[in-house]
Design a protein around this ligand. Structure first.
Ligand code: MSP
Length: 522
């Protein structure tokens, strides 16, 4: 892939609750992509932020007896703390109450109004207070009632402002057809096209202040505020309006907010404003616990069984550092599918992949180099079939790793890397340096040196590839090898003698053993 600029975003989180695993995952996924693109040489701009307007936020604040903005200030601290805890490398953080955002939203509304793409009309319908939306007949359950997810449903007649969304439907369909990779994974794109088989309605983009005051005022009618999705989606543009970064290369979002907001409203809003659509949407699935979506208030499992005790997944980052959790999240979830979270699964990955496969390999190297080579990585004096196999496997691994990471498939990229790590372990077992070290034969001494050199170089290459997913572990591993942190793949992924002759650390336990499962701290 050529070097270039790369602008990516996450969804902006709702300011009506505390951060949880779902938010954490999305930010880690986007961060791994951002770091990967930087390692590829791109000039990256990585945006995340907070979605602060709307009825739910207003209600939460009023319940707590504080002003909505004061409430949002508090929530922003929680979310920013989460980003710091997880080592997220965002370049900007946007809050939808910031003046730079409000200005752009109002400007967009005025332009659409001036072009006749926003009109006023009276509307009577059933309104869901919880979802903050008017409902359609097709939203009813088969027995005619409104499903529980809508909460209280009331009949309302209101004058409101509407965006001429329907007129952009033919363009949107042809855009999707011409760009089959617009939405990743592809099955999501097919779902959107399926949705667009039915005619879509114009979009109500206002809320009367009598019903909601916590929003951005319409510039052409001060009695109304903007619908929260019109406001929220615009963040992707408002944050870079003066930076020349549009169009966005990648929006990372969850499957619940694809249709209609990101796949329908947003491209049409941009089209109406004469702006290019984003280049791509990456749509991830949900983390579940006990089969139910992880959410602010842990939902009850579908079969009515009691909800599992919520697990504070972020505590894992506080206890073990961000990287093991980052690794777990990237290794466990196929992007696009749902994935079940449990502490047991986390512990298994921690003990096997991280502790046994990677951590022990480093320690073996450090120990043996200390014992047999005075702590300095020796040159590869012998070159026999096992060494050639390790190097050949690396060439194949590097190519596959890069292709997978370019495609945002970190689970598969890490799997490739671990095939190589396990092969390095098997290589050490096969070479048995502890036996070679006892031999008086100079050929065995050469084999021993070669083994240390190959493990050292193998770990350098692994650490380089791990930088996007486990930046701290990567830097620490490289420091143990006497090397600086990885900043680019270019020139760093070929088998080399970069680490030979360097003094290694005496000892480093990258992944300290977890407490036994039955201990009180576990
Ligand atoms: N504020 C809107 C997004 C506006 S974007 C212009 C919103 N906020 S949210 O806080 O509810 O969700 C933020 C992101 O977290 C969404 O992409 C959502 O899919 C994701 N997740 C929330 N719970 C999740 C899981 N349990 N699992 C994975 N991600 C999920 O939607």
């Amino acid at each position: 892939m050529p070097k270039g600029t790369f602008y990516l975003t996450t969804a902006i989180d709702y300011a009506n609750g505390a951060p949880h695993l779902g938010h954490a995952y999305e930010k880690v996924l986007a961060d791994a992509i951002a770091r990967h693109r930087r390692m590829r040489g791109d000039d990256v701009h990585f945006l995340t932020g907070l979605d602060e307007h709307g009825q739910k936020v207003e209600q939460t604040a009023r319940k707590a007896g504080i002003e909505p903005l004061a409430h949002c200030d508090g929530v922003a601290v929680l979310f920013r703390d989460m980003l710091a805890l997880l080592g997220i490398s965002n370049d900007d953080y946007i809050r939808t109450t910031e003046a730079r955002h409000v200005r752009v939203v109002q400007d967009a509304l005025q332009r659409l109004f001036d072009q006749g793409l926003v009109y006023r009309a009276e509307y009577t319908g059933f309104y869901s207070v919880r979802q903050e939306q008017f409902l359609l007949e097709k939203d009813r359950a088969p027995d005619g009632s409104w499903p529980a997810i809508f909460g209280e449903v009331v009949q309302l007649t209101e004058a409101n402002y509407f965006f001429r969304l329907a007129q952009f439907q033919p363009w949107l369909v042809s855009h999707l057809e011409a760009n089959p990779d617009f939405i990743q994974p592809r099955f999501r794109q097919r779902q959107v096209l399926e949705f667009l088989r039915e005619p879509i309605n114009d979009l109500c983009i206002s809320r009367p202040k009598s019903r909601l005051t916590w929003g951005i005022e319409l510039p052409f009618d001060r009695d109304y505020v903007t619908y929260v999705w019109f406001d929220a989606l615009t963040n992707y543009y408002s944050a870079v309006a003066d930076k020349g970064r549009w169009p966005c290369d990648l929006h990372v979002i969850g499957k619940d907010i694809l249709v209609p907001p990101h796949a329908v409203y947003w491209p049409c809003m941009l089209r109406a404003l004469g702006l290019e659509p984003p280049r791509r949407l990456l749509v991830h699935g949900w983390w579940t616990m006990g089969g139910s979506k992880v959410s602010k208030t842990q939902e009850k499992p579908a079969d009515g069984a009691p909800a599992p005790k919520p697990v504070d997944a972020l505590q894992l980052a506080r206890d073990h550092g961000a990287d093991p959790l980052r690794y777990f999240l990237m290794r466990e979830m196929t992007v696009g599918q749902d994935s079940e979270f449990s502490l047991d699964l986390f512990r298994i990955r921690y003990r096997t992949d991280l502790g046994n496969d990677l951590g022990n390999l480093l320690n073996r190297l450090l120990n043996m180099t200390g014992r047999y080579a005075a702590g300095v990585l020796p040159a590869a004096a012998a070159d026999e079939a096992p060494e050639r196999e390790v190097r050949d496997l690396w060439s194949a691994t590097a190519a596959k790793f890069l292709a997978r990471a370019d495609g945002h498939e970190f689970k598969e990229a890490l799997e490739e890397l671990w095939v190589f790590i396990r092969a390095l372990n098997a290589y050490v077992e096969g070479r048995a340096p502890w036996k070679l070290g006892k031999s008086a034969d100079p050929a065995d001494k050469a084999r021993l040196d070669s083994c240390l050199a190959h493990v050292g170089e193998g770990l350098r290459l692994v650490a380089t590839c791990l930088a996007p997913v486990m930046p701290t572990v990567s830097a620490r591993l490289l420091a143990d090898l006497g090397l600086p942190a990885a900043v680019a793949y270019e020139g760093a992924l070929g088998w080399s003698s970069a680490g030979l002759g360097l003094r290694l650390a005496d000892k480093d336990i990258l992944f300290p053993p977890l407490d036994p499962p039955n201990s009180p701290a576990a």
